[in-house]
Write a protein that binds this ligand. Structure first.
Ligand SMILES: Nc1ncnc2c1ncn2[C@@H]1O[C@H](COP(=O)(O)OP(=O)(O)OP(=O)(O)O)[C@@H](O)[C@H]1O
Ligand code: NI
Length: 332
């Protein structure tokens, strides 16, 4: 497969997830939040895709849209076709809540939520939560007990930690329990929203490697992270979001070595082992986006042309939405 084929999903290998034109708006009393705009991506079995971008750019809303977890003030358009290895293809956006709840959420598409402490049921111990999840997905009582200890060990929890209630866990332990709960049903697609928050570096790497191994055995992972070093460590491809849109998406090495979008180059320049210079300025309000490229006010390469919207176009090296991309092959 060519790079373009991998990124655009035009290859013959069947995609596990194909998102087309996904758009999410939130209605507020006197404004509309443009949280996700015309987002398309393809994820293949075995692929780890990292979605990166500054706080508030729409990463978590993307994950929640795929799971039917958005609040009532949200309007969603577009499609997200899931082709599970077992079972019929389904559009996660148009299918009903009943089907999502019974057959898809947790089972076909797992979620490691961004704030696990609030997502965990307070009146059950970690062991009980984990064993219930395992039994709901076909384990016998006995098998569930052994599997719970195994999964706890996989995520770096001591078996004794499982006997605590969620409020007795540190943030990092709650994070690991949430990861264990998402992994327990062995979903073919896992959405991991900042799964390494609150973990120290060895556990960060341990968790990342666990996600990587899932892909190496055929699952697909969409990893949402602020941490570009983490993305680089494990991702096959990286999608950079800015102000609700994907602005660049390419294989990891190419993105880090030769970014095409000035925003990607800016994010990389902010890394401590590079120039350590933050991107100047702030992201725009999603209630008041400009007509053209939303990065224009912060962009060193902007011209008048940038007041017209750039299209996300694919070339042999990936996808980029910029009127003045950095030359491919130029050093970052
Ligand atoms: N229920 C809601 N109503 C209105 N706006 C919302 C709602 N949920 C999210 N938003 C807005 O949608 C935008 C995208 O939010 P999202 O949580 O996806 O950001 P994010 O990229 O995950 O950020 P972070 O890295 O901080 O987690 C933000 O501007 C946020 O304020
Ligand atoms: Ni988020």
């Amino acid at each position: 497969m060519t790079t373009t084929a991998v990124l655009t999903g035009t290859a013959l290998a069947p995609a596990l997830l194909q998102v087309d034109g996904l758009t999410v708006r939130f209605r507020l009393r006197d404004a509309v939040v443009h949280a996700v705009t015309d987002l398309s991506l393809t994820l293949h079995p075995g692929e780890l895709l990292a979605v990166v971008g500054e706080s508030g750019c729409g990463k978590s809303v993307l994950a929640h849209a795929l799971l039917g977890l958005l609040p009532r003030n949200a309007t969603i358009t577009g499609h997200a076709h899931l082709h599970p290895p077992a079972g019929a293809p389904v559009d996660l956006i148009t299918t009903g809540e009943r089907h999502l709840a019974r057959h898809l959420r947790g089972r076909a598409v797992g979620l490691v939520p961004q704030s696990p402490a609030t997502a965990l049921t307070p009146v059950r111990t970690g062991r009980r939560l984990l064993e219930e999840t395992l039994r709901a997905h076909g384990h016998t009582r006995r098998a569930a007990s052994a599997a719970a200890d195994q999964i706890a060990a996989d995520v770096g929890l001591h078996p004794d930690d499982l006997d605590r209630y969620p409020h007795e866990l540190s943030g990092g332990m709650a994070q690991r329990l949430a990861t264990a709960l998402a992994l327990a049903p062995d979903p073919p697609l896992l959405l991991a929203d900042e799964p390494t928050t609150g973990l120290d570096r060895p556990l960060v790497d341990h968790t990342l490697d666990l996600l990587r191994r899932r892909c190496d055995t055929g699952a697909a992972v969409l990893l949402i992270t602020h941490d570009l070093t983490a993305a680089r460590r494990v991702a096959d491809t990286v999608a950079v979001m800015y102000a609700s849109r994907i602005v660049e998406h390419r294989p990891t090495t190419a993105l880090y070595d030769t970014p095409a979008h000035p925003y990607t180059a800016g994010l990389l320049d902010a890394l401590p082992d590079r120039a350590f210079t933050p991107v100047p300025g702030h992201p725009p309000m999603l209630t008041d986006l400009p007509d053209g490229c939303a990065f224009t006010p912060r962009c060193p390469r902007a011209t008048n042309t940038c007041h017209t919207p750039p299209r996300l176009t694919a070339d042999s090296a990936g996808r980029v939405a910029c009127h003045h991309p950095l030359a491919a092959g130029a050093p970052a």
